[in-house]
Design a protein around this ligand. Structure first.
Ligand SMILES: Nc1ncnc2c1ncn2[C@@H]1O[C@H](COP(=O)(O)OP(=O)(O)OP(=O)(O)O)[C@@H](O)[C@H]1O
Length: 273
């Protein structure tokens, strides 16, 4: 599994973007990295996938320090990969199918195997219907699905999502959330965002970044009830947390928790269906 140990990173111009950051993916299946603009989320992700190299500290995968040779990174990115915020950074081919097939062709799979794998991921992200379309005709949300499919087709272990819903309308946001939830059933995922509602809904363990430092980590319910920490990090409480607090209710993560609390307290007098 992936681990970040005492990571410090500074850019060429001297900006210290990360300082002594520790992240352990074993702590949750769906890890959230939250922080305001410029807090270091993207820098952290770029270090985790080996695009940037730590000035101090290490990235460990399955207990071993990652290496920075081309050969090592090619193998590493079959296991750990990133879906960038901007899908245009990720899509290189003018045709959807070819773009997703690219990595598999590079590895040397035969075309039959490639077709079966590509079709499978296209269906999984709801992009099968436009698989033969030129990429420049796709909407932003459709490109986002193609970018996710391009990573998913590698069938790795860990996927990092950098601001996965930024720039999407509510309907497309919901669809991307559903795709991420589905992917998280068989992969470890890590999501960076300043959308607290999204992180609250999806993630189980959270790290809060402020000016390159982790100022808090913990289970969702522990982190999101700490208003001062969120304010310090320049973030807002999720709307659901605000409502819980106003109503004096304990913090429920999902409908199931809410209904079982309600049934226990008030019996089954109300028909919620
Ligand atoms: N190439 C670069 N050269 C110099 N400084 C940089 C570079 N990229 C990022 N930074 C700086 O590093 C710090 C962390 O930036 P980073 O992009 O990692 O934050 P972020 O949390 O991802 O922000 P956002 O939410 O806006 O994407 C900021 O102060 C930023 O200005």
């Amino acid at each position: 599994m992936l681990e970040v140990k005492n990571l410090t990173y500074s850019y060429e111009d001297g900006t210290k973007a990360l300082e002594n950051v520790n992240i352990d993916l074993k702590k949750g299946k769906k890890i959230g990295i939250i922080g305001a603009n410029g807090s270091g989320k993207s820098t952290l992700f770029l270090n985790m996938v080996g695009i940037l190299k730590p000035k101090r500290g290490n990235i460990l995968f399955n207990g071993e320090h990652i290496k920075y040779s081309k050969k090592y990174l090619r193998e590493y990115r079959k296991k750990v990969n990133i879906v960038f915020q901007d899908p245009d950074k990720q899509i290189f081919y003018s045709n959807v199918y070819d773009d997703i097939a690219f990595a598999l062709r590079n590895i040397g799979y035969d075309e039959e195997e490639i077709k079966s794998r590509v079709d499978k991921v296209l269906k999984r992200v709801g992009a099968y219907d436009f698989k033969d379309k030129p990429v420049h005709f796709l909407s932003y949300g459709q490109k986002k699905r193609v970018a996710i499919a391009g990573i998913l087709v590698m069938d790795g272990d860990v996927i990092l999502f950098d601001e996965p819903t930024s720039g999407l309308d509510p309907l497309m946001t919901r669809e991307i959330v559903n795709i991420i939830e589905d992917i998280s059933k068989d992969k470890n995922i890590i999501i960076s965002s300043h959308d607290m509602n999204l992180i609250y809904e999806i993630c189980d363990y959270i790290y809060v970044l402020e000016k390159g430092k982790v100022i808090k980590e913990g289970l969702v319910n522990e982190v999101f009830t700490e208003k001062e920490i969120l304010e310090r990090a320049g973030l807002e409480e999720p709307w659901l947390v605000k409502i819980h607090k106003k109503l004096g209710l304990p913090l429920f993560k999902d409908e199931e928790e809410f209904f079982s609390y309600w049934r226990e307290k008030y019996g089954s007098g109300i028909d919620w269906s």
